[in-house]
Design a protein around this ligand. Structure first.
Ligand SMILES: *Cc1c(COP(=O)(O)O)cnc(C)c1O
Length: 365
């Protein structure tokens, strides 16, 4: 029995999801995205479970450092790249591949005397976040080819989770115009474009047959759907995380009484009030409103009032037989995190990456 919130992480589900994603693009190599503490699932354990991925991808140098210190010797791509000339020495000593998204990073590489790293040039095909503009790509490629060991091209889609949006097609055609005149590796396709778009995968088929395609799934590895209104199971994915806690108080609540900070919820009838040992310090967001379901003894009951730092109140109903010590599921197999994200007016990415692991997660096969 545990008295506070923790995540239960199922490694077999990670492996299943990876195989399913691979089946969408046979022959493509997989850069498994494990930034953000593997989307809150625990970066080292997830890296270990992803032995079938060809490369692991993080964004921050600190994340790569943690993996190397834990003895992970597989290829790691540092998608955020270097933030200073000094970073390059550590990148090389940790044997990391790097993303390159800015002319300054190219100058640092050109000015570096030591062994050159493997690099991925990020092309900004329309997201207007990181990346070199397509018009500047030829120059950047030529320069990088003199100061890297191997060079690949990558781009990132801004609207792939909206299947009606023509932006993905435009971005892909800008990218393909470059990739077709390049003979190295090319990396494209986040979860949404792998799960949702036959068209994108068809466009990439030739590159895939040439053995040059690297896909970059993140969210789908964790069994979560990037498309609003759907859940991972709709695509054959299995949720990896169950976020659970314990009921630590059960008491009568008379009609008319208010609950929690600000007294934002008032009981309209006599009921039994449950208090769960989970709060926003555990990653159960304060934006989760009254009415959001949790699972207790197999049934859904609503959160009532404000989530506080360590505690959350639920309305158990007058006939409740729930007792102190009973388990509470905040999201998991029977209560998809996608659904909780809709209640909280956010995306599942934010909920899972927000898990703080005050209590160590439990890893299961
Ligand atoms: C996060 C990220 C991904 C993975 O995206 P998902 O939507 O989680 O699949 C891929 N590529 C880049 C550059 C990213 O930052």
């Amino acid at each position: 029995m545990t008295f506070s919130a923790r995540a239960r992480i199922r490694r077999s589900a990670i492996r299943h999801n990876l195989q399913l994603i691979k089946s969408k693009a046979p022959g493509a190599r997989v850069m498994a995205v494990i930034k953000g503490n593997a989307y809150g699932h625990g970066v080292v354990s997830v890296a270990q479970a992803l032995e079938e991925a060809d490369c692991l991808a993080v964004v921050r140098l600190a994340e790569a450092r943690v993996l190397r210190r834990a003895g992970i010797v597989r290829p790691i791509a540092l998608l955020g790249g270097i933030l200073s000339a000094d970073d390059l020495n550590e990148v090389l000593s940790l044997d990391l591949q790097i993303g390159v998204h800015d002319a300054q990073q190219i100058r640092w590489l050109e000015g570096h005397a030591g062994a050159p790293p493997v690099a991925w040039l990020k092309i900004d095909t329309g997201m207007n976040r990181l990346g070199i503009r397509p018009g500047d790509a030829a120059d950047a490629i030529a320069r990088l080819q003199t100061c890297t060991r191997e060079l690949g091209l990558m781009t990132h889609f801004s609207c792939a989770d909206d299947l009606e949006n023509p932006t993905t097609r435009q971005q892909l055609s800008r990218f393909m115009a470059l990739a077709e005149h390049f003979d190295g590796a090319v990396s494209v396709a986040n979860s949404a474009s792998l799960l949702g778009s036959e068209e994108t995968l068809d466009e990439l088929a030739e590159i895939r047959r040439q053995g040059r395609l690297w896909i970059r799934p993140g969210l789908a590895l964790y069994g979560i759907s990037p498309f609003s209104g759907t859940v991972g199971a709709d695509y054959g994915l299995r949720p990896v995380m169950q976020f659970e806690a314990t009921l630590i108080s059960v008491k009568e609540l008379p009609a008319g009484d208010r609950v929690g900070y600000g007294g934002t919820w008032k009981a309209e009838r006599d009921t039994m009030l449950g208090i769960v040992a989970v709060g926003y310090a555990d990653g159960y967001s304060r934006y989760i409103p009254t009415g959001t379901p949790v699972l207790i003894n197999g049934r859904r009951v609503p959160v009532v009032g404000r989530v506080s730092m360590d505690l959350t109140a639920v309305d158990l109903g007058l006939d409740s037989a729930d007792k102190v010590g009973d388990g509470v599921i905040l999201w998991g197999d029977e209560l998809p995190v996608e659904e909780i994200a809709e209640f909280a007016a956010t995306i599942p990415y934010q909920l899972v990456t927000g898990i703080t692991h005050r209590e160590a997660p439990i890893y299961e096969e």
